[in-house]
Design a protein around this ligand. Structure first.
Ligand code: HDD
Length: 701
């Protein structure tokens, strides 16, 4: 990145800089004593036993022994980035939150994206919900948005959270499986908890296989409140939309990536920021007037329900840009502590029983995970506005509080720090009454209608993927009773769906629907509606060997670069290859260090010798077969078309003369106009995937 394109420093960058420590020149102990030798412990004789007085050894080893802290009990695997948020126009009508008033203000943020079930070292690309957390460092204190890439949740009441998480996590006897819901205890729980039905429809959909963190939505899930300066409250739901559109991996691809590059999404986030392709998300809100609270046929406090965008449109209010990678993973991404209870004046809670429990749980978990009530003064968690109170001492208190008083009221400290009568956070004075009961409101009682709405809204390809996911997930359950209960559950959603799933999981198909499908849909939930046709940020493999036609490579590569995509030459060995005229071309990856699943598209340039070599290389053929199976754009020019013919791809017309584009396979045997081929290829890449490619199942990959 050039010096000029370096992102502007934010108040948070400056706050973090105070704590930055460089590697230094001399190795010292933590006490600052210079170390003369760190390779040999102190011994009695050079073959003798080690000595207890070796303070350097003791310090080095004892610190090492304590390097790990407990991982997050959920969302342990994640990646973070710094950036800023800027509102489009003042939202004073709805909220007094200061960071939502002025379009000129850039509020620093730190975002963390995560999987839910896997451990810290698990793979990124597994089928799972993704966490979407944003800490806004506002001038009125930290506001934490702690959401997911799915707008609903498994359960309605926080008291069931330990149960659902136990069911999701590896089973307690053998700790199998890692980072996967495809196991008996998860589906056992789901099959007994009807309120989870809507969520598992989303879980089985492509939403849980995002292509990257920058290509997925984020949702606040709960209904929150906005409160304006006059004290008027309205309900609000939050939605983040990625500027690059919502795109997913193919399931088989995601599973293979988990082995080939377990850091796939973390790497993508990191590299896109390093390259200056900053991930951007637009924040939108749905506003519901207080008097409309009960005007829906579901309860807006029920986190297993969406408010369909057709009923309440989403209004875009601002944009987040992530433009700086963390300096230290542990200090920032691991130690960042998100809490839905971190709100600023103008943003308040609703009575959603799931949210209410979260308001307790996150603070509690940070105390355990970070080990001290002083976690809030860790560099990444510190607000950028002044903060003072009488909370004292505790483990790892790093601040030296200089005041003589640490209580309120006081006279010795001039009565300070004192609460403000004008600016303080005032909880919305909602009127509440009722008996103390352990009950669920009857308005939370209907569990299938929105699951049906979701199913009805999917495209044919999305439905096919969902059924395949169900075959996989429920098919991994040995217990016939659980599988039968799940088919029965899906029969409450849609009869056809239940029949399609039943075939794959060895259960007799239900003969009758439980209820007729209501036939309603909400197009906004289909991610095909949210796809953005751009080749920006896409990765393209150019398969080549000695003798490749460099003119073709250059023309296509240039068009890809102009479209914001990145092209890499993949060959048998690292180093260089020679083009047909003997000029050297740098190899970026080999067939061993990469795989088709790490790219969005493939290009095979001509050159008789290059193609003859690739034809004899099973890895090159497999590259093409696999990319075809995963519905990716493929282009071939000149003799490159011969390599496609050698592969197992089928059901596609390949050109013997003028450029041809059949279902995303672009071929030009006689490439008279490379710019036309390039244009067609870029358009195909921008389409992301050709999910409906008819013959894909026949291709072994
Ligand atoms: Fe949670 C972490 C999102 C329900 C208890 N949750 C956590 C993170 C995200 C979410 C994104 C990771 C934060 C980070 O990056 O550090 N959780 C959600 C959403 C929920 C939800 C969108 C439903 C709408 N969670 C939920 C409930 C409870 C928790 C009902 C408990 C009552 N969640 C936790 C936790 C975690 C957490 C145990 C683990 C690590 C952490 O908090 O910091 O407290």
């Amino acid at each position: 990145m050039t010096e000029q394109s370096q992102p502007k420093k934010t108040a948070k960058t400056e706050s973090l800089e105070q704590f930055q420590v460089d590697a230094g020149e001399q190795l010292t102990t933590n006490q600052g004593v210079v170390v003369d030798n760190t390779d040999n412990s102190l011994k009695a004789g050079n073959r003798g036993p080690s000595l207890k007085q070796d303070f350097h050894f003791q310090e080095k080893l004892t610190h090492f022994d304590r390097e790990r802290i407990p991982e997050r009990v959920v969302h342990a695997r994640g990646a973070g980035a710094h950036g800023y948020f800027q509102v489009y126009e003042s939202l004073a009508e709805y909220t007094k939150a200061q960071f939502l008033q002025d379009p000129a203000i850039q509020t620093p943020v730190f975002a963390r994206f995560s999987t839910v079930g896997g451990s810290r070292g698990s793979a990124d690309s597994v089928r799972d919900v993704r966490g979407f957390s944003v800490k806004f460092y506002t001038q009125e204190g930290n506001y934490d948005f702690v959401g997911n890439n799915i707008p609903v949740f498994f359960i309605q009441d926080a008291i069931k959270f330990p149960d659902i998480v136990h069911a999701i996590k590896p089973e307690p006897d053998n700790e199998i499986p890692q980072a996967s819901t495809a196991h008996p205890s998860f589906w056992d729980f789901i099959s007994l908890v009807p309120e989870s039905t809507h969520m598992i429809m989303w879980l089985l959909s492509d939403r849980t296989l995002p292509r990257s963190f920058s290509r997925m939505q984020g949702f606040g899930v709960h209904t929150y409140r906005f409160v304006n300066a006059e004290g008027k409250s309205r309900f609000v739901k939050f939605h983040w939309k990625p500027i690059l559109g919502v795109h997913s991996l193919a399931f088989d691809e995601a599973q293979k990536i988990a082995g080939k590059d377990p850091d796939f999404q973390r790497r993508d986030l990191w590299e896109s920021i390093e390259q200056g392709d900053y991930p951007e998300f637009e924040l939108g809100i749905q506003i519901i007037e207080e008097e409309d609270e009960h005007s829906f046929d579901f309860d807006i406090l029920d986190s297993t329900k969406i408010i369909p965008e057709e009923l309440v449109p989403v209004r875009p209010i601002g944009k987040m840009v992530l433009n700086r990678n963390p300096d230290n993973f542990f200090a920032e991404t691991e130690q960042v502590a998100f809490q839905p209870s971190n709100v600023v004046p103008g943003i308040d809670f609703s009575d959603d029983p799931l949210l209410q429990g979260r308001l307790f749980s996150y603070h509690d978990t940070q105390l355990h995970r970070l080990g001290s009530p002083n976690f809030a003064s860790l560099p990444i968690n510190r607000p950028v506005c002044p903060f003072h109170n009488n909370q004292q001492d505790g483990r790892m208190q790093a601040e030296v509080k200089t005041s003589r008083v640490n209580y309120f009221p006081n006279s010795l400290g001039g009565g300070q720090p004192a609460p403000s009568e004008t600016e303080g956070y005032v909880h919305y004075p909602e009127r509440v009454e009722g008996h103390k009961v352990r009950e669920r409101s009857p308005s939370f009682g209907e569990h299938f209608s929105q699951a049906t709405l979701f199913w009805n809204s999917l495209s044919a390809a999305e439905k096919e993927h969902l059924v395949e996911a169900a075959h996989f997930e429920i098919g991994k359950v040995g217990d016939q009773g659980v599988r039968e209960r799940m088919v029965d559950r899906l029969n409450h959603v849609d009869h056809e769906l239940a029949k399609l799933v039943a075939i794959g999981v060895g259960v007799a198909a239900p003969t009758q629907p439980v209820t007729e499908n209501h036939g309603q849909s909400s197009p906004a939930v289909s991610q095909e509606q949210l796809a953005v046709k751009t080749a920006k940020g896409r990765k393209v493999a150019i398969l080549a060997a000695d003798g490749v036609d460099a003119e073709q490579v250059t023309a296509i590569k240039q068009a890809l670069t102009e479209a914001g995509a990145q092209a890499q030459i993949v060959a048998k060995f690292m180093g260089t290859i020679k083009d047909a005229k003997g000029k050297e071309l740098k190899v970026d990856k080999t067939f061993l260090t990469s795989a088709s699943v790490m790219f969005d598209a493939i290009y095979v340039p001509g050159g008789a010798q290059s193609i003859a070599t690739l034809k004899a290389n099973g890895d090159a053929i497999h590259f093409i077969d696999e990319a075809f199976r995963h519905c990716k754009a493929i282009a071939a020019t000149g003799e490159g078309v011969e390599l496609l013919k050698e592969s197992s791809i089928q059901g596609i017309t390949l050109s013997d003369r003028s450029p041809q584009n059949d279902q995303g396979v672009i071929s030009a045997k006689i490439p008279s106009d490379l710019s036309k081929v390039a244009k067609s290829f870029v358009e195909a890449i921008a389409q992301h995937r050709f999910w409906t490619r008819t013959s894909k199942q026949k291709v072994p990959a």
